[in-house]
Design a protein around this ligand. Structure first.
Ligand code: FAD
Length: 522
């Protein structure tokens, strides 16, 4: 009996071993067949992912793009296209424009337009949100059509790694689709992070919610003074809402701090309140529907509280790599940020690449993601050697008075080159359009940082004033080409513009001379 039992066990063991070998063999076989399913699977249909996918199909590659939006804690969700289109640059710039138009109405009266008393005019928030969302939805639609026309397979599913060549897409109905691929591109971007403070997730909104908020935000507290926080506070105040910004350490960290100071001063003058050196303690929903916010001053630990209709958290963004199960594929992540570490957009796993906001140490900007995505596809499939150049990327902060810059901040330039090796030209100026409505030009200021030694190569340009993005974009091309201060001086300006002020700079910081404006036309 015992012997026959042992024999039976042994043959069972053998059978299961054989079965296992067969399964392994089948899996390998399936992998080798299925590996031909896709040349490239892109996880994330935002700026970087879509750019890479569209470029890859132009080389005849078979590409799938997975895009899935997990609802915000407040339940907001959106369509294809990623952060920029849905909850970033596009709705933000439209709301900034709405605020600028309000200002222009005041100016218009001074220019002779017979309009009702501008102080009686007010924004219709619902109408604005509807217009903004209609535009966003039209972009979602165009993006889907474009993908279909270009034969990029769009999968509305959440992707995670099973292994470096296998991505699992979880579809809306919970079913899973296994995608076998030669290459994977991680382009999953990030989402707003919440501070570990009671009530933050339950009662506060973020930039994910503000652009589709159904009711007017009313009196708003913005927690965080990065560019997203400042821009939101800026357009809300411009539309007539009470806006307060809570600043933990500095305003616009990473940007030139002199310029950040001017932006803050200007916003303060326009009525935005700043709570400097303060951190949130708790948020509580009152019976009235308002939020009771408590905060603490980090210098003397004193505590404060206030009631707000809306609290918008803008304390940073986190990369979505945890949900991606990037570790299943053995992908190296930065310990602190959990962002993907990559050299030339290639991770430590040779067939896995990453672009956009998810990349460690790279600017979180749409054109950066787009450019890196396009160049990567051209290198992978088009025999190109062109690498992404992350230096001298221009950017603009769309605060009520805009701030555009390219290259080094003054602090970073000093750190990099040493103060003695730099010449910094600066000037205040008066935009012509400001005179008639008597707008204050007090913070219209520009600065050029160049090397002191010939040929005085320009390493940074900073501009505060109207249309800063338009102004700085052109100069960014020149800086990229290695423009020197002599060349800038020899450039003939376009009169009368604000951009020409860069061609009229004569005063250096070193000279100690007053940089306030000279005459307008000589
Ligand atoms: P995203 O555009 O974020 O795309 C990632 C996509 O992947 C998203 O749709 C996401 O839902 C999806 N996804 C994530 N994980 C998964 C997964 N596991 N499976 C499937 N799908 C997934 N940049 C500028 O240049 N100019 C501006 O003025 C500007 N303003 C901004 C204003 C705000 C309020 C914000 C939040 C951002 C702004 N940005 C701006 C930054 C810009 O939006 C980002 O740099 C850009 O969108 C990054 O592109 P991306 O491709 O890396 O990621």
């Amino acid at each position: 009996m015992m012997v026959s039992q042992r024999l039976c066990n042994r043959s069972l063991l053998k059978l299961s071993e054989k079965l296992l070998t067969n399964i392994r063999h089948l899996t390998t076989l399936r992998s080798s067949i299925a590996a031909k399913d896709y040349d490239l699977v892109v996880i994330g249909g935002g700026s970087g992912g879509l750019a890479c996918a569209k470029e890859a199909v132009s080389y005849g590659k078979k590409v799938a793009v997975l895009d899935f939006v997990t609802p915000s804690p407040q339940g907001t969700t959106w369509g294809l296209g990623g952060t920029c289109v849905n909850v970033g640059c596009i709705p933000k710039k439209l709301m900034h424009q709405a605020a600028l138009l309000g200002e222009a109405l005041h100016d218009a009266k001074e220019f002779g337009w017979e309009i009702p008393d501008p102080s009686t005019l007010k924004i219709n928030w619902t109408r604005l949100v509807e217009a903004v969302q209609n535009h966003v939805k039209s972009v979602n639609w165009v993006t889907r059509v474009e993908l279909r026309d270009k034969k990029v397979e769009y999968i509305n599913g959440h992707g995670h790694f099973a292994d470096p060549n296998t991505v699992i897409a979880t579809l809306k109905n919970g079913t899973e689709k296994v995608l076998k691929t030669d290459h994977v591109l991680i382009a999953c971007g990030g989402r707003p992070s919440f501070p570990e403070v009671p009530g933050a997730k339950e009662y506060c909104i973020t930039s994910d919610d503000i652009f589709s908020l159904e009711k007017p935000p009313g009196k708003t507290l913005v927690v965080g003074a990065g560019y997203i926080g400042l821009e939101c506070a800026g357009f809300l105040k411009g539309m007539g809402f009470d806006a307060t910004v809570m600043v933990r350490s500095v305003v616009l960290r990473g940007f030139d701090q002199q310029m950040a100071g001017l932006v803050t001063e200007e916003m303060t003058e326009r009525g935005v309140k700043f709570l400097h050196k303060c951190v949130p303690v708790s948020f509580e929903k009152l019976n009235s529907g308002r939020i009771l916010a408590k905060w603490r001053n980090t210098v003397d630990n004193s505590e404060f509280s206030g009631e707000f209709d809306t609290v918008l958290i803008a304390t940073g963004r986190r990369a979505l790599t945890k949900e991606l199960k990037a570790t299943n594929a053995g992908i190296d992540l930065d310990n602190n940020s959990l962002k993907v570490i990559a050299k030339l957009e290639q991770t430590n796993v040779p067939n896995v690449f990453a672009v956009g906001d998810v990349l460690q140490g790279r600017p979180e900007l749409t054109p950066v993601a787009v450019q890196a995505g396009k160049l990567l596809a051209a290198r992978l499939y088009g025999k190109s050697n062109n690498q992404m150049d992350y230096t001298n990327v221009a950017t603009t902060v769309f605060t009520p008075i805009e701030y555009g810059c390219v290259g080094y901040s003054e602090e970073a330039a000093i750190q990099n080159y040493g103060e003695d090796n730099l010449e910094i030209y600066h000037a205040f100026y008066k935009p012509l359009e400001f005179f008639i409505p008597q707008r204050s030009p007090a913070r219209c200021y520009l600065k050029v940082i160049c090397l002191r030694k010939a040929p005085r190569t320009i390493v940074g340009m900073h501009f505060i004033g109207p249309h800063a993005g338009e102004v700085i974009q052109g100069y960014a091309a020149a800086v990229k080409c290695g423009m020197t201060f002599d060349q800038l001086e020899n450039t003939v300006g376009i009169h009368p513009t604000v951009s020409e002020e860069f061609t009229r700079m004569v005063i250096t910081k070193r000279s100690g001379l007053d940089p306030t404006p000279q005459s307008c036309c000589s």
